[in-house]
Design a protein around this ligand. Structure first.
Ligand SMILES: Nc1ncnc2c1ncn2[C@@H]1O[C@H](COP(=O)(O)OP(=O)(O)O)[C@@H](O)[C@H]1O
Ligand SMILES: [Mg+2]
Length: 302
């Protein structure tokens, strides 16, 4: 059990391990950088790696929660398999003495902090396109590894000086088109209907999450579909989600969006899975075909 020096409260996700605390012989805490109620994320120094890393660690009060514990260990196993410039790197995972995952530490801020709670006006359409192209590459790679991410959203993308990296594989699932997958976990505002209503998922399910991110970037943060939030009642929120009416075209909300982008942005969030881009690569290719992404150079060629 971790010593809870300087603990702020039983359900707090604020700092609960002080700087200098040694999580393991290898990992010394520098500071607390995140956490959402099940895990905490600390910036740490790793002796063996001789570098600063991020450590995603189970909250002590979740110690006996097998579901959360197994999810963190599964995330660690997944991350160790992934190597891509637009995906966070995983170094190691351990179950004892407490479950934790050691990750590449990423400089920068989440898309949420950078754009929706940051200086949105400092960025333009090319910046937004570049982000989506990089995330398309990240998702194509993830899909090629036999996985769906299933939680693409602004807090799960880290932005640093034009480059983005996809993080948080806590909901990722093994998937190949030959084996149907149904899975309902996710974040209501970014969930495709097939995820919200527990129908068959596909690569297009991740396209939807990315499409909502794109729509929000283009429109200064608007959600494409009315999201009725029953704060503590996710089931009720999901029941109210009807994916109507058709979202307003981004160019009508932001005049600097070229009209050629409207049908692409809307196709990525089409509630009918068959009318959506089937893969992130198709989404990317369509953007490139209308001349978007001229300055794009951060991802791999696909
Ligand atoms: N590798 C990392 N480098 C830097 N910051 C990170 C890293 N991983 C997570 N974070 C920070 O912690 C937050 C939560 O991380 P995340 O993996 O999404 O956890 P959760 O599963 O609780 O949502 C992120 O939004 C980000 O601010
Ligand atoms: Mg997250």
């Amino acid at each position: 059990m971790i010593q809870r020096n300087g603990r702020a409260g039983s359900h707090s996700t604020s700092i609960n391990i002080k700087s200098g605390f040694r999580i393991t012989r290898d990992l010394t805490v520098i500071d607390h950088i995140g956490g959402t109620g099940k895990v905490d994320i600390y910036r740490c120094r790793s002796r063996s790696l001789k570098r600063v890393v991020a450590c995603k660690i189970l909250l002590p009060e979740k110690e006996h929660d097998k579901v959360v514990r197994d999810a963190l260990l599964r995330e660690g196993d997944i991350l160790q398999r992934l190597r891509h410039p637009n995906v966070v790197g995983g170094y190691s995972v351990q179950a004892e003495p407490y479950p934790l995952v050691v990750l590449e530490y990423l400089e920068g801020q989440s898309l949420k902090n950078t754009f929706f709670e940051g200086n949105y006006g400092a960025f333009d359409i090319d910046d937004f396109i570049n982000i989506v192209l990089q995330l398309s590459d990240a998702l194509t790679y993830v899909h090629d590894q036999g996985l769906l991410h299933l939680d693409v959203k602004p807090t799960n993308v880290i932005y640093n000086d034009g480059q983005v990296k996809l993080i948080d594989f806590s909901l990722a699932r093994e998937f190949t088109p030959e084996h149907p997958l149904r899975h309902k976990s996710g974040t209501v505002e970014y969930m495709a209907p097939e995820q919200a209503f527990r129908q068959d998922l596909s690569y297009a399910t991740d396209v939807f999450g990315l499409g909502v991110v794109f729509y929000r970037l283009l429109t200064g943060g608007r959600f494409p579909y009315a999201v009725i939030e029953y704060l503590d009642d996710k089931e009720e929120s999901l029941r109210q989600l009807d994916y109507k009416p058709t979202p307003i075209s981004p160019s009508k909300l932001n005049p600097s969006v070229p009209v050629a982008i409207d049908p692409i942005a809307l196709r990525a969030i089409n509630p009918d899975i068959n009318e959506r881009f089937q893969t992130p690569a198709e989404f990317k290719a369509t953007l490139l075909a209308v001349g978007c992404g001229r300055h794009y150079n951060h991802g791999e060629d696909t």
